[in-house]
Design a protein around this ligand. Structure first.
Ligand code: ADP
Ligand code: MG
Length: 238
C-alpha cells in the first residue's frame, strides 16, 4: 500500500496552464475524491499521476518513490476510465488478463488472477463473453477487474460511473466502496458528482481552475466550506 505526495505539480499544454501548482498528500489506503467543475483539470491531474502525461514542473512521489521519469507501467498504478476502453475482439477473461500477458506472468498465474478478480466482481459466468455481449455495468466491472489483477498500489478512477444509468450508478458505487474495504488499496477517484464524493471519500480535494481550493473530510467540507465555491459544490447535492 502506497501513499502519494505531490509538490508544485504543474502542467501546460502550449500556452494553456491547466494545472497551476498542486501540493497534495495522500495517505496509504486512503480513498481520495477529486471534485470540481468540468474543465478544472481533474482528468489531467489523474493522467499526470498515472504517467500518461508528463508534468511541466514539480514532483510526484508514489510510495516514497519519485515517479516523474517512470513509465505508467512502472508506477504501480492502474487506471479505470469512464469509457471502459475494453478490446472488443477479446473475451472478458482475455481483457482482464491482457496487461499481465505482457509483463511476463505465466498463463496459469494469469488464469488464477483473472478468476479471483471475476469472483470479487461476480463476473465468473461471463468470462467467455465479448464486451459487445455485456451491459454497461458489466463492462465497467470488467474494466475494474482489469485493474484488480495487476494488484496496483494505487487505483485511479476517472468518472467511472458517468456512462451508467442512475440505478447502476448506485450499485457500482457501492461495489467500488466494497472493493476499497476488501483490498485496502489507495484509491483516487474523480467525479463531478457531489453524492459520489460525499459517500465514497475519506478525503475530498476540491479543484478549481487547476488549483486546490480546499481539502478535507466530506463532513469538514460540508460543515466548514472555506468559501461560496466549495459550499456550492459540496453543500448542494443533486
Ligand atoms: P476535467 O477532467 O476536470 O473536466 P480536464 O483535465 O479534462 O478537465 O481538462 C482541463 C483543461 O485542460 C481543459 O481546458 C482542457 O481543454 C485542457 N486539456 C486537457 N488535455 C489537453 C490536451 N492534451 N491538450 C490541450 N489541452 C488539454
Ligand atoms: Mg475529466
Amino acid at each position: 500500500m502506497s501513499g502519494l505526495k505531490l509538490r508544485g505539480v504543474k502542467k501546460s499544454f502550449g500556452v494553456a496552464n491547466v494545472i497551476k501548482g498542486i501540493d497534495l498528500d495522500i495517505e496509504p489506503g486512503e480513498f481520495v475524491v477529486f471534485v470540481g467543475p468540468s474543465g478544472c483539470g481533474k482528468s489531467t491531474l489523474l493522467r499526470l499521476i498515472a504517467g500518461l502525461e508528463d508534468i511541466s514542473d514539480g514532483m510526484i512521489e508514489i510510495g516514497n518513490r519519485r515517479v516523474e521519469k517512470l513509465d505508467p507501467a512502472q508506477r504501480g498504478i492502474a487506471m479505470v476510465f469512464q469509457t471502459y476502453a475494453l478490446y472488443p475482439h477479446l473475451t472478458v477473461a482475455e481483457n482482464m488478463g491482457f496487461a499481465l500477458k505482457y509483463s511476463g506472468t505465466s498463463k496459469a498465474e494469469i488464469d488464477s488472477q483473472v478468476k479471483e478478480a471475476a469472483r470479487i466482481l461476480e463476473l465468473d459466468r461471463l468470462l467467455d463473453r465479448k464486451p459487445g455481449q455485456l451491459s454497461g455495468g458489466q463492462r465497467q466491472r470488467v474494466a475494474i477487474g482489469r485493474a484488480i489483477v495487476r494488484h496496483p498500489e494505487v487505483f485511479l478512477f476517472d468518472e467511472p460511473l458517468s456512462n451508467l444509468d442512475a440505478e447502476l450508478r448506485v450499485q457500482t458505487r457501492l461495489e467500488i466502496a466494497g472493493l476499497h474495504k476488501s483490498l485496502a488499496s489507495t484509491m483516487i477517484y474523480v467525479t463531478h458528482d457531489q453524492v459520489e464524493a460525499m459517500t465514497l471519500a475519506d478525503k475530498i480535494v476540491v479543484l478549481r481552475a487547476g488549483l486546490v481550493e480546499q481539502v478535507g473530510s466530506p463532513l469538514a467540507l460540508y460543515d466548514n466550506p472555506d468559501n461560496v465555491f466549495v459550499a456550492g459544490f459540496i453543500g448542494s447535492p443533486k
